[in-house]
Design a protein around this ligand. Structure first.
Ligand SMILES: C[S@@+](CC[C@H](N)C(=O)[O-])C[C@H]1O[C@@H](n2cnc3c(N)ncnc32)[C@H](O)[C@@H]1O
Length: 224
């Protein structure tokens, strides 16, 4: 990864927020999980974690759907609020939609949710089939979905290499209910959306902002 990758930005966000709790969906080798600061109650969820080094975290070896179905977040976080979430699990629209519904049910007003890979670099790397080494799937569609169904939710996408980091604020139980009620319809519609809808309007449609800390910082809540 280059200096300016999403991992650098994630580290900066940890430093700035000093979250009491951090939940990561999609752990892989632990590169992002390890960015949590000492003292942060850190939770990872991944059906196939492959940690290269020990991490001071509770890692649940299961899909995020199973995690939310089987575990009570208040218990997992020992009663602390959900401060920071990073969604980087299965890179398909319907999975990210379910992750956001589940996270919203556990969110408080200060919760910040980060979404990986929602500023795709090309149609070839944004297919629903995993064909390329760098693969972002159709995660980008979630930005359009949130803007349409939950316009009060703040969603911005930092153009951080390689394929963007979304910053989502103001998810809550109400946004989750709305997304859940329309789940089937939204999946039918957005799964079939063509990448070409972004042609000529990608930055505007995906609420792109430059990777510039002076633009990113105001999107975050005060430090915890
Ligand atoms: C791109 S990797 C995560 C990378 C890691 N966050 C980082 O930045 O270093 C995606 C991970 O999501 C996991 N995953 C796949 N399906 C999942 C699901 N349904 N729930 C949670 N994690 C999932 C995969 O096992 C894989 O380890």
């Amino acid at each position: 990864m280059t200096e300016a990758s999403y991992l650098v930005l994630l580290g900066q966000i940890h430093e700035r927020l000093l979250p009491r709790t951090y939940v990561e969906i999609g752990v892989h080798e632990g590169d992002s999980l390890r960015l949590a600061r000492p003292g942060t109650r850190t939770v990872g969820v991944d059906p196939a974690p492959n940690l290269r080094e020990a991490v001071d975290a509770a890692v649940y070896p299961m899909t995020s759907d199973d995690f939310f179905a089987r575990h009570d977040m208040a218990e997992v976080l020992a009663g602390l609020p959900l401060d920071l979430v990073f969604i980087d699990g299965m890179h398909l629209f319907e999975f990210v939609l379910r992750d956001l519904i589940n996270v919203g049910r556990n969110a408080v007003p200060a919760t910040t949710v980060l979404l990986h890979d929602c500023y795709p670099i090309s149609a070839e790397t944004a297919t629903r089939e995993h064909n390329t080494y760098l693969w972002t799937g159709d995660v980008w569609k979630i930005v359009l979905c949130l803007k349409e169904v939950c316009p009060e939710v703040d969603v911005h996408v930092v153009d951080a290499p390689p394929a963007g980091l979304g910053i989502v604020r103001r998810l809550n139980a109400d946004t989750s209910d709305r997304l859940q009620e329309r789940y089937d319809e939204l999946v039918d519609r957005f799964v079939n959306l063509e990448y070409s809808v972004l042609d000529g309007h990608k930055a505007e449609l995906l609420n792109r902002i430059d990777y510039d800390w002076s633009l990113i910082e105001p999107l975050l809540p005060p430090s915890f």
